[in-house]
Design a protein around this ligand. Structure first.
Ligand code: ADP
Ligand code: MG
Ligand code: MG
Length: 248
């Protein structure tokens, strides 16, 4: 589904990703872990097509198409979703407006009919229920005045509504208390743990992986994947720390 080969990327002339290769197939959850500054968020931004990130070498294909050739909205229409470490606030636009617009523009790009207001609200209610987010929150302006945990749950509601084939989730667990962590973890499973979908779960800590069991765990360090293993690798990291595991 996603194939990254020898990816090099830089910001402001500074090389951050230095030959990263990774292959993700449908039905798989891959966790990317790594110390601060390793390049985890940079990888998420490059996959999302954020301006300012320049790919200098290597390739990324998504369902066989050159991802780097696609605009961010084309990536979304092709089924890619990005969840960010710091979700943006959009004053003046309600969640419901924002999401209906996003969903319908993706449907249009795929040649599907737009959802009516009623159809959309039914879908939104279902997904908000899954994430235990009050519908009232969806009527408020996007993320404005939301707590850290509410922003993350709201983002997972967005994911549920957009129903992507591939999700890149950057530190979705940061700032969540234990109860919210469980809700978000179970939400990710309910929305994305399907044979035709895949997830790249970027996380600094093992705890989210107690809920969303990864098929593969990769350690990213200094812009490269330096080690790959199964779910046990994440536990080992938690017990022994990055330095020890990477040195072994
Ligand atoms: P991680 O998510 O693994 O903590 P990041 O991808 O955020 O790491 O950052 C990787 C490296 O890129 C860090 O050394 C960081 O300082 C650097 N970096 C991030 N953004 C910029 C930028 N806009 N300009 C220069 N360096 C940056
Ligand atoms: Mg960081
Ligand atoms: Mg980061």
């Amino acid at each position: 589904m996603l194939k990254i080969e020898n990816l090099h990327a830089e910001i402001d002339g500074k090389e951050i990703l230095k030959g990263l290769s990774l292959e993700v197939d449908a039905g798989e959850v891959h966790a990317i872990m790594g110390p601060n500054g390793a390049g985890k968020s940079t990888l998420a931004y490059v996959l999302g097509g954020r301006p300012g990130y320049e790919v200098t070498q290597g390739s990324v294909t998504f369902d066989g198409e050159d991802l780097m050739d696609m605009e961010p909205h084309e990536r979304a229409a092709a089924g890619m979703f990005l969840g960010f470490q710091y979700p943006v606030e959009i004053p003046g636009v309600s969640n419901v407006q924002f999401l209906r617009e996003a969903l319908n523009s993706q449907r249009k790009a795929r040649g599907q009919e737009p959802l009516t207001g009623g159809e959309f609200l039914k879908l939104a209610k279902e997904k908000a229920g899954l994430l235990k987010l009050d519908m009232e929150m969806l009527k408020r302006n996007v993320n404005v005045g939301f707590s850290g945990g509410e922003k993350k749950r709201n983002e997972m509601v967005q994911m549920g509504i957009l129903d992507p084939a591939f999700a890149v989730l950057d530190e979705t667990d940061s700032g969540l208390d234990i109860d919210a962590l469980k809700v978000v973890g179970e939400g990710i499973n309910a929305i994305m743990r399907k044979p035709d979908k895949a997830v790249l779960l970027i996380t600094h800590y093992q705890r989210l992986l107690d809920y969303v069991q990864p098929d593969f765990v990769h350690i990213l360090s200094a812009g490269r994947i330096v080690k790959t293993g199964g779910a046990d690798l994440a536990k080992k990291l938690e017990d022994e720390g990055y330095d020890e595991v990477m040195a072994a």
